[in-house]
Design a protein around this ligand. Structure first.
Ligand SMILES: C[S@@+](CC[C@H](N)C(=O)[O-])C[C@H]1O[C@@H](n2cnc3c(N)ncnc32)[C@H](O)[C@@H]1O
Length: 354
């Protein structure tokens, strides 16, 4: 008897007809981005931090139009970002997640990242089709050829907002890294492109034996220094201003770089791998944290979209697969190179120096 193949089974018309549901979900995905972005921008979750408010109170507090209030709040509740009771003028409260991560007064706040996605990234992605045709970045490298970082240095508020946004994106990865990685064989660590020093501060609190350096461009290093001081960690972490394209990387037993390799083109990636190798003390290790793409380029949708994000921001920068990381690391001289999953779409590439 012939085996039954899936095609031989009887299907109802609904089962055999393809559904446009997934297409529509993705097509309207930005509606959710904008609703959440507006709520963060209006500081709704911060306003609700003291136990919640009624619809009429939120309307007054945030200056909303009566036509908009209930649609806005009920959409947020339906998306799982607010809890609501019943009645004509219902009370809205934060969920455990929005209370933790979207209340400005909480140290776990990641609203900076939401603001970046909702405003800057949303605008830049408006030019995706242009980038797809030309390979050129959209709006971040200006007429004079100045890249994003250079422009933002003129505006400390914008720079800080961007750095906060980055930290929001990365904090979960840093905690996973601090929990998973065995630091016992290392006495020193340098985090390259460490922004506000979040990775260094998270590791410093857990690993009291490590002497830590965080590096970034001058204006960002200054912001890191302030945060380190506020946290009382100035004896543990040195915030150094250092351009990784121009200067050697401060050496250490363990060198880390999060969301750094992915923002560079192939040539700079390879040069950086050599610099990382030079910076790691003999017997030490280099760790790259990125949204490393699976070798089949299939499963890590966020990693693939992050690479498109690099296209619209920088043109020739791109996210990479585990296999690519292994080959660049080995070319630079590293041994025993591995990829280890961290959290969500993020993994670490671990490379040892003999
Ligand atoms: C995408 S952010 C990542 C920040 C942080 N490591 C994280 O994972 O959240 C890249 C960082 O690299 C820094 N950076 C860019 N070019 C640099 C350079 N040439 N030298 C040193 N740092 C640089 C930026 O200022 C920024 O803080």
């Amino acid at each position: 008897m012939a085996e039954t193949t899936p095609d031989d089974r009887e299907h109802t018309p609904e089962e055999t007809e393809p559904s446009p549901e997934h297409i529509m979900q993705v097509a309207t995905g930005f509606w959710g981005t904008k609703v959440l972005g507006a709520a963060v921008d209006l500081e709704l979750f911060t306003v609700l931090a003291d136990g919640g408010l009624r619809a009429s109170e939120i309307e007054r507090e945030l200056g909303l139009h009566p036509r908009a209030t209930r649609d806005f709040l009920d959409t947020l509740a339906s998306l799982g970002f607010l809890e609501r009771d019943n009645g004509d003028d219902p009370r809205y409260r934060n969920t455990p997640e929005t209370a933790a991560f979207l209340n400005k007064a909480d140290p776990r706040y990641i609203g900076g990242a939401i603001n970046i996605f909702n405003q800057q990234t949303y605008d830049v992605w408006g030019g995706l089709e242009e980038s797809l045709r030309t390979g050129e970045p959209q709006g971040v490298i200006d007429e004079t050829g100045e890249p994003l970082w250079e422009e933002m240095y003129d505006d400390p508020m914008e720079l800080e907002a961007f750095a906060e946004g980055m930290a929001g994106l990365s904090k979960g990865n840093f905690v996973a890294f601090a929990e998973q990685f065995d630091f016992s064989d290392y006495d020193s660590m340098t985090d390259v492109g460490g922004a506000l020093g979040d990775l260094s501060r998270i590791v410093a609190r857990r690993e009291s034996h490590l002497s830590i350096t965080t590096t970034d461009l001058p204006e960002v290093a200054e912001l890191a220094r302030e945060r380190i001081h506020t946290d009382g960690l100035e004896d543990r972490i040195d915030a150094v201003s250092s351009d990784y394209n121009e200067e050697p990387i401060p050496d250490a037993d363990l060198v880390t770089a999060s969301l750094v390799l992915h923002q560079e083109n192939l040539e700079t990636k390879k040069t950086l791998m050599e610099k990382f190798y030079d910076a790691v003390n003999p017997g030490g290790t280099f760790v790259a944290i990125d949204h490393i793409i699976d070798d089949e380029r299939q499963a890590n949708t966020m990693g693939l979209m992050m690479s498109l994000n690099m296209l619209v921001y920088y043109g020739d920068a791109f996210d990479y697969t585990g296999q690519q990381f292994v080959s660049w690391a080995e070319d630079a001289g590293f041994e025993d190179v591995q990829i280890q999953h961290l959290k969500g779409p993020a993994s670490m590439g671990i490379a040892h120096k003999g």
